[in-house]
Design a protein around this ligand. Structure first.
Ligand code: MG
Length: 293
């Protein structure tokens, strides 16, 4: 904080004036931090980390929103129970990307660090080690089943609890995270379009239970350097609508406001390894359908 601003706040407080909301990106209001930690003992465990406090309380302002990027003050979406059912018949015109037998449809820079065992593929422990399809896709319907790991001694940071993600075009993340007893900033929880759009509800299931994403993705269109149609996503998590034709403001970023960089009309689908040891996310039954536009 600049000294002049700190002095101005001190004078205002001394005069009994209501302090203005601090609007500078990266500057945490320590009084507000203390208040939030007192109100939310679970959050207090990780808000003691200055980097996490800055990320979740002092990110950049999101466009057309009262909230900042990765803002812990956003209301937590209500919890919705979804049972355990997941399996669905594979449509006849789908590309089956993973049926438990092999990873022949996939590649990646450190492909060998993902493990295939008992019909399930599981993340390794290398941060941002993406499993990518060999084929490229644009507008598509995507089905992915995933399972959160048991984590009896979880790390403090909620973002290290079973973090992965489904990335249409390798660029636009639908977050995978433990959504049970693991509150984080709502635009970073399971069902979120990461750092853009919280889910309508928390439809996450407990650790160890298979969950399913059904995603309708419309790729962005570009004319030269200009985006003429932004990407859109409709997302069902465990059969419950969590993103309703959400308009994306750009490719996924962390702690920033996203923006578009022109890219090809089709790109590989990717799954994220977030690189957290002892917190491996597993996948089964992955298929994709190309949508005619
Ligand atoms: Mg993720």
């Amino acid at each position: 904080m600049k000294n002049t601003y700190r002095i101005a706040l001190g004078v205002a407080a001394a005069c009994g004036l209501v302090l203005p909301a601090i609007s500078q990106t990266g500057v945490v209001d320590q009084a507000e931090l203390k208040q939030i930690m007192a109100q939310h003992p679970d959050w207090a465990k990780w808000l003691t980390d200055p980097k996490l406090a800055s990320l979740t309380l002092a990110g950049p302002q999101m466009p057309n929103s009262q909230w900042r990027a990765d803002d812990i003050r956003r209301p937590q979406p209500p919890k919705v129970e979804t049972g355990t059912a997941c399996s669905t018949a594979v449509p006849g015109d789908a590309d089956v990307l993973f049926d438990g037998k092999d990873l022949s449809k996939w590649t990646g820079d450190h492909f060998e660090e993902w493990t295939l065992k008992d019909g399930v593929v599981t993340t390794g422990a290398r941060v941002y080690n993406f499993l990518k399809t060999k084929q490229s896709y644009g507008d598509s319907q995507i089905h992915v089943e995933f399972r959160e790991p048991a984590q009896p001694n979880p790390p403090l940071n909620p973002q290290y609890h079973g973090n992965s993600g489904v990335f249409p075009m390798g660029l636009y993340e639908v977050q995978i995270l433990d959504g049970t007893n693991n509150q984080t900033y709502p635009d970073g929880m399971v069902g979120a379009i990461y750092t853009q759009s919280p889910p309508l509800v928390n439809a996450g299931r407990p650790q160890g239970v298979w969950q399913c994403y059904d995603i309708v993705f419309h790729a962005p269109r570009f004319s030269g350097a200009t985006v003429t149609e932004p990407a859109r996503m409709t997302v069902m998590l465990n059969g419950v609508l969590v993103q309703d034709n959400t308009v994306l403001i750009g490719a996924t970023v962390h702690g920033k406001v996203a923006s578009y960089t022109p890219h090809a009309a089709e790109l590989p689908l990717a799954l994220q390894d977030h690189g957290n040891p002892d917190s491996h996310v597993s996948f089964r039954n992955i298929w994709i359908r190309r949508l005619k536009s």
